[in-house]
Ligand binder design. Structure first.
Ligand code: UDP
Ligand code: MG
Length: 319
């Protein structure tokens, strides 16, 4: 790679790509139009796609000098893919967005305006978000709980059309947590964060890569990764139930003295017991969530492996 300073990009656009063959060409074209006249690079991170995405990406890199393709060894998930991109960026300003064109590239200049005004993290809120109703309700809940537990307000943790200063992006990449949640991580590290409202479109090609189970895991990452609130809630629930149990025992004792021995109510007892067991299992699950995170961190395995970085049709930097 020629290191001439006039080719050093000022803006790095990072896009994670997982089986998005249908939208890649249009994505590149629209970003090219929007950033015409700017010194920018488009870092496309292939997150182990199994369709023709990688082939298309390589071709784009061969045809367009601003395109850099980062090939990951397998599928590591959206946030890790973006982090892998962060390790390769050269610009002063880093903008992330999704490959499926749900985040319109035409909003990038507005993110840049905020970055150039000195904000080191620019979040975005999806106005008129075009996703299924249930998904939106669940996101709203996750946003509220997270804001409460992290203590840093952010209206829309799920929107990935975002901007970061190069310093902040580098700091985030350095943290290299095992289950990172980028927007939240950025909010806790940023000195001067801001939020803007952006449009959000329906997915036109392919389908969402997030199944309900994957979304649940992501929400668990977000909550347990940033606070102890979930586990503290479990402890509080435990205390409340223990108190209730003691009260109930006292009540049964009094009844025994007043009414005498009786066997009715056995099934009520079962119901109560099951409820307690449910809470107990929830507690074990939450503890497990934290233990799993600790386990992942102490193993210190790399979070992702970059197989190759290509631009101008040839490998430039290897892992
Ligand atoms: N993505 C990824 N790896 C994954 C899942 C998703 O790189 O394991 C990318 C995907 O290609 C897209 C972005 O992350 O660019 C958001 O994914 P998706 O549109 O499926 O999520 P949703 O919009 O439903 O939240
Ligand atoms: Mg999407």
């Amino acid at each position: 790679m020629s290191a001439a300073s006039d080719t050093t990009p000022e803006i790095s656009v990072v896009v994670p790509v997982f089986n998005e063959e249908a939208s890649l060409a249009e994505l590149r074209e629209r970003i090219g139009k929007v950033l015409e006249g700017e010194r920018y690079e488009l870092v496309l991170v292939d997150d182990g796609s199994s369709d023709r995405s990688l082939e298309i990406l390589r071709q784009l890199a061969a045809e367009h000098p601003e395109v850099v393709v980062v090939e990951l060894a397998r599928n590591y998930g959206q946030h890790q893919a973006v982090l892998a991109g962060f390790t390769q960026v050269r610009g002063r300003y880093v903008v992330t967005l999704d490959a499926d064109l749900q985040n319109p590239p035409e909003e990038i200049p507005r993110i840049l305006t905020e970055l150039r005004a000195g904000h080191d993290a620019v979040g975005s809120v999806r106005v008129r978000r075009n996703d299924p109703w249930l998904r939106k309700q669940l996101s709203a809940l996750v946003n509220r709980v997270t804001t409460a537990s992290i203590g840093v307000g952010m209206s829309d943790y799920g929107c990935m059309l975002r901007g970061y200063s190069a310093e902040l992006a580098a700091e985030i990449a350095l943290l290299a947590e095992h289950s990172p949640f980028l927007p939240a991580l950025a909010t806790t590290l940023a000195r001067n964060a801001t939020e803007i409202e952006v449009a959000h479109l329906e997915r036109e090609e392919g389908h969402s890569k997030y199944s309900p189970l994957r979304l649940m895991r992501l929400a668990a990452d977000l909550m347990t990764g940033f606070s102890l609130l979930p586990i503290q809630l479990v402890s509080l629930t435990g205390i409340a139930i223990a108190l209730l149990g003691v009260g109930f025992a006292a009540f049964l004792l009094v009844r025994r003295v007043v009414v005498g021995p009786e066997v009715e109510g056995v099934f009520t007892l079962f119901a109560i017991l099951f409820a307690f067991i449910g809470v107990l299992m929830l507690g074990v699950g939450v503890v497990g969530e934290y233990v799993a995170r600790i386990y992942a961190e102490v193993r210190r395995r790399p979070n992702f492996r970059i197989r190759e970085v290509r631009s101008r049709g040839r490998p430039t930097r290897d892992a």
